[in-house]
Design a protein around this ligand. Structure first.
Ligand code: B12
Length: 207
């Protein structure tokens, strides 16, 4: 849809007002919220991520695009969607990096998950509480610092201690995180990027 391509470009270029306006327009025209997220918002952030990795974009461009993404997403709240599962997501204790986490959250939302975003600097007990309150299928954690990765292990242990591991799966990611680390801390899944995070999350849902 042409409007979604325009929305994508507005987010890539960081034009907040235009991103908001185009999201509203698409909703008014009856475009499915999931289509807006996947083909407009998340698609834009994938391009932003690629440009960043290719050194075509730097941190300011990343942050400006992220703000436009947030504005577009804010227009979507309250839209009725049939959820396929619930994910509680956050960046772990001590860590304030949220660009990758937000991208994963947007992709999960676009794929039909209810996403409860605890934002950044989230302690193990907060993950446990939110997972209990929302009957979450998955707790998803992001860490960008080697010094904060340990909080993922603590959260897995806290979920264990709360007796929740039979119902709640753990998915982890972030630049320093690996499959090996996920195995070591007994997380149920790891993904290196937002698209594979969705595949992993779907695979963690009860059959
Ligand atoms: C932007 C940035 C910042 C911004 C963050 C802004 C924000 N709102 O997020 C600011 C300037 C605030 C910042 C601060 C700091 N930063 Co910084 N930062 C970065 C930078 C440049 C980019 C990170 C990023 O957003 N990447 C783009 C996103 C799209 O990629 P991503 O996060 O990796 O996410 C993808 C995947 O990892 C995965 N993923 C991510 N989360 C999850 C979760 C799940 C569940 C799954 C499945 C997948 C998944 O999917 C995402 C999408 O594809 C990196 C360097 C780099 N090149 O990566 C340094 C970097 C991460 N920062 C670093 C450091 C050291 C810091 C500071 C300590 C610096 C300082 N001395 O103040 C502080 C720490 C603040 C804190 N307490 O958190 C180091 C970390 C070193 C290390 N290994 O520990 C890095 C690597 C820079 C470096 N080379 O030294 N930083």
């Amino acid at each position: 849809m042409a409007g979604l391509e325009e929305l994508k470009q507005a987010i890539i270029s960081g034009n907040r007002d235009r991103a908001k306006e185009l999201t509203k327009k698409a909703l008014d025209e009856g475009v499915e919220p999931r289509e807006i997220v996947v083909d407009g918002i998340a698609a834009a952030m994938e391009v932003v991520g690629e440009k960043f990795r290719a050194n075509e974009f730097f941190v300011p461009e990343l942050l400006i695009a992220q703000r436009a993404m947030k504005e577009a997403l804010s227009m979507m709240s309250g839209e009725a969607v049939d959820y396929i599962g619930t994910v509680v997501i956050g960046t772990v204790k001590g860590d304030l990096h949220d660009i990758g986490k937000n991208l994963v959250a947007a992709m999960l939302e676009g794929a039909g998950f209810k996403v409860v975003d605890l934002k950044v600097d989230v302690g193990p007990e907060d993950f446990v509480k939110a997972a209990q309150e929302n009957s979450a299928n998955i707790v998803a954690m992001s860490a960008l610092l080697t010094t904060t990765m340990g909080a993922m292990r603590e959260t897995v242990q806290a979920l264990d201690a709360a007796g929740m591991r039979d119902k709640t799966r753990v998915l982890i990611g972030g630049a320093p995180v690996t499959q090996g680390y996920a195995d070591e801390i007994k997380a149920d899944g790891y993904a290196p990027d937002a698209a594979s995070a969705v595949e992993q999350a779907k695979g963690l849902l009860p059959a």
